[in-house]
Design a protein around this ligand. Structure first.
Ligand SMILES: *[C@@H]1O[C@H](CO)[C@@H](O)[C@H](O)[C@H]1NC(C)=O
Ligand SMILES: *[C@@H]1O[C@H](CO)[C@@H](O)[C@H](O)[C@H]1NC(C)=O
Ligand SMILES: *[C@@H]1O[C@H](CO)[C@@H](O)[C@H](O)[C@H]1NC(C)=O
Ligand SMILES: *[C@@H]1O[C@H](CO)[C@@H](O)[C@H](O)[C@H]1NC(C)=O
Length: 495
């Protein structure tokens, strides 16, 4: 009895001490140190990056249930609706659904079936200022692979990662689809992912660039074709190859990297990785003005979900004026998004030292809606030589969470730049997911999950049953930041 009331009094005292300053006590160990806070202002509201709280990985040589190397999980991630739980011991558990792109394709595209990797996690947020050893840091985000879901077409045929050198003619159900001529299977280079409450899911891709709805079994249900300004044309013909740039439309391998849904489930938003060819996408110095499109999916199986909005997003640039293309998009609240823009440097990248990898804020409140205007026609570019048409007001793009902050990385034993070893941060972060912290003192606080696409780079790989050695072990890294997002809504993920 004595012990219980003594503890209770201590707890009450510490609560008082906290509230007397109008804020919770600084002695609490379940919140980030305020010295880490990095604010950003958008639309009169303050967003706060509170720092890195979790780091985990799946080893580069891990294999999935089909026997293939598990890789590329960072192309897109989603937290399985209903899985996220705050536990009484201070940990958070849940299930991440991760979607790789098109398999080990460093030496050319392969006949690899699209899939989801289902991964359980235990997040034990680390809020301390001391630098953990890398191995201790990995305990903050434990990842346990559970199973794989494979993707098929309407008739049960496997999707393929092979280059889409053929076009399957439109049918009553589908627009013209990207297809591999060697086996007539639908070509898919999956990048964006939205998982619905019933387990069905939307996937955006780079070939079309299209948006596909699959049912909970992974069977294709619907294909959405973007406007004529975005689909790729070569010599006046639709041509979905990723091997060469088209004459107009999305550049090769610069498709719909970002996909996100409105809180009420009625609208899908997709972001092109960088400018279309006619808008300057053939050169990194002119490719910054990319397009964000919105489709009304309130009647998802209706013949053709209508395009209801299109805006221009000005991507960040390097000091030398090269575009930092965007690999993911996540809606926070009406008109406000997170976008993940980055260079290709880091572990598995061109250079060990990265200069930019960020989850930034994008606000389209005052941006010009260009859908149903002359810019739908590829012969009317939105930008020429990197200069945006003066009739267009682009979105407001604001710097927010840096994934390469050396102080934050060092707290988990991770670094940017040489030496090239297991503790070097991965190059290609391409995914975002949010889950509420469930802290009543900070109701707008969320965990921001991000995962890297390691391109299946391992010295002990297996692809389509054949062993391979990509010359480097590049683990599948994952990070969790804590952020304050005023007014955010995260459908399907509650504590
Ligand atoms: C991955 O590599 C580690 C270290 O070499 C080894 O212990 C482990 O058995 C390997 N796992 C697989 C699935 O090959
Ligand atoms: C905390 O609880 C969760 C859920 O029961 C469990 O998965 C996790 O292992 C526990 N962690 C510790 C450190 O006890
Ligand atoms: C499924 O349909 C596509 C398109 O008609 C065709 O190319 C493919 O061979 C079919 N697959 C099966 C298993 O019937
Ligand atoms: C698409 O373009 C590629 C490269 O120019 C060519 O090999 C292929 O045959 C074209 N496909 C179609 C359907 O025209």
């Amino acid at each position: 009895m004595m012990t219980v009331s003594f503890v209770w009094i201590l707890a009450a005292l510490s609560l008082q001490a906290g509230t007397s300053y109008g804020r919770p006590s600084r002695t609490r160990r379940d919140e980030p140190d305020p010295i880490f806070a990095v604010p950003a202002e958008v639309g009169g509201k303050t967003y706060i990056n509170k720092g890195l709280v979790g780091f985990g990985l799946i080893p580069s040589n891990f294999t999935d249930s089909t026997g293939d190397t598990l890789g590329g999980i960072g192309s897109a991630i989603a937290i399985k609706p209903g899985s996220f739980t705050k536990n009484s011991n201070g940990t958070f558990t849940g299930t991440i659904i991760a979607q790789p792109d098109r398999g080990f394709n460093v030496d050319g595209t392969i006949d690899w079936q699209g899939r989801q990797q289902i991964i359980d996690f235990v997040l034990t947020p680390y809020y301390g200022t001391d630098n953990l050893d890398f191995s201790d840091g990995l305990k903050t985000l434990q990842l346990n692979y559970r199973e794989t879901l494979l993707y098929t077409e309407r008739n049960g045929s496997k999707t393929t990662g092979l280059d889409a050198l053929a076009v399957r003619p439109a049918t009553a159900m589908d627009p013209p689809l990207p297809e591999a001529p060697s086996n007539d299977h639908m070509s898919l280079d999956a990048e964006g992912l939205v998982v619905n409450a019933d387990g069905s899911f939307w996937t955006s891709d780079e070939y079309g660039p299209y948006i596909y709805l699959f049912n909970v079994q992974g069977d294709l249900v619907q294909a959405i074709e973007p406007p004529q300004a975005i689909v790729p044309f070569i010599d006046g013909q639709l041509n979905f190859t990723s091997d060469t740039d088209p004459d107009t439309g999305r550049a090769g391998n610069q498709g719909f990297e970002g996909l996100t849904i409105s809180a009420d489930g009625s609208t899908l938003f997709a972001l092109l990785q960088s400018a279309t060819i006619q808008d300057g996408g053939d050169d990194k110095t002119t490719s910054r003005y990319t397009r964000l499109v919105a489709f009304d999916i309130s009647s998802p199986l209706a013949a053709k979900p209508p395009l209801i909005g299109e805006w221009v997003v000005p991507l960040p640039q390097t000091k030398k004026g090269k575009t930092l293309a965007s690999s993911e998009l996540h809606l926070i609240s009406e008109n406000i998004f997170l976008a993940l823009s980055r260079d290709g440097d880091g572990h598995g990248g061109d250079d060990s030292k990265s200069s930019y990898k960020q989850a930034d804020l994008v606000d389209i409140t005052d941006a010009t809606d260009i859908h149903n205007t002359k810019f739908d026609d590829p012969s009317n570019p939105i930008a020429v030589n990197g200069d945006l048409d003066s009739s267009i007001n682009p979105a407001n793009y604001v710097s927010f969470v840096s994934f390469i902050d050396s102080v934050q990385l060092a707290r988990f034993g991770v670094h940017n730049g040489d030496p090239v070893d297991q503790t070097l941060i991965d190059a290609k972060w391409e995914s975002l997911a949010l889950a509420p912290v469930g802290d009543s003192d900070y109701p707008d606080d969320y965990f921001l999950f991000t995962a890297a696409d390691n391109d299946f780079i391992t010295t002990q790989g297996i692809s389509l049953g054949q062993p391979y050695n990509a010359g480097l072990d590049n683990d599948n890294q994952m990070m969790v930041y804590r952020v304050t997002l005023p007014g955010a809504t995260v459908p399907g993920v509650t504590v």
